[in-house]
Design a protein around this ligand. Structure first.
Ligand SMILES: N[C@@H](CCC(=O)N[C@@H](CS)C(=O)NCC(=O)O)C(=O)O
Length: 94
């Protein structure tokens, strides 16, 4: 948001209790969640996608679709191989 020079309010939540407001907003428990135009968007890639559509410049995703696909594949890989797995909270890493 700051990179795109967009006015915004950042809310920091305590891990654990964060699940209650985040679930109310987005029907899931992970952050980040962006509330924009009355809509809640969960997940960095989805948030970037919405921001790129509404505010194209400056660009966050690479310009070409091939490079964009490559960036999204890296996000997917980290979510799958390094990120949070379904299971008991707080954290379980692969
Ligand atoms: N790649 C995902 C990662 C999301 C993620 O792992 N979020 C963590 C914090 S950085 C989280 O909210 N964990 C607690 C939970 O899922 O309840 C993204 O960037 O959106």
């Amino acid at each position: 948001m700051a990179f795109k020079n967009l006015r915004h309010e950042r809310v920091s939540l305590l891990p654990g209790p964060h699940q209650i407001p985040i679930k109310k907003l987005s029907c899931q428990t992970s952050t980040p969640v962006l509330v924009i135009d009355g809509q809640s968007i969960a997940g960095s890639a989805a948030i970037i996608d919405v921001l790129e559509t509404k505010f194209p410049e400056p660009r966050l995703f690479p310009a070409t679709s091939a490079e964009r696909d490559q960036a999204l594949a890296i996000v997917d890989r980290f979510d799958r191989d390094v990120g949070l797995l379904p299971g008991p909270w707080p954290l379980r890493y692969s």
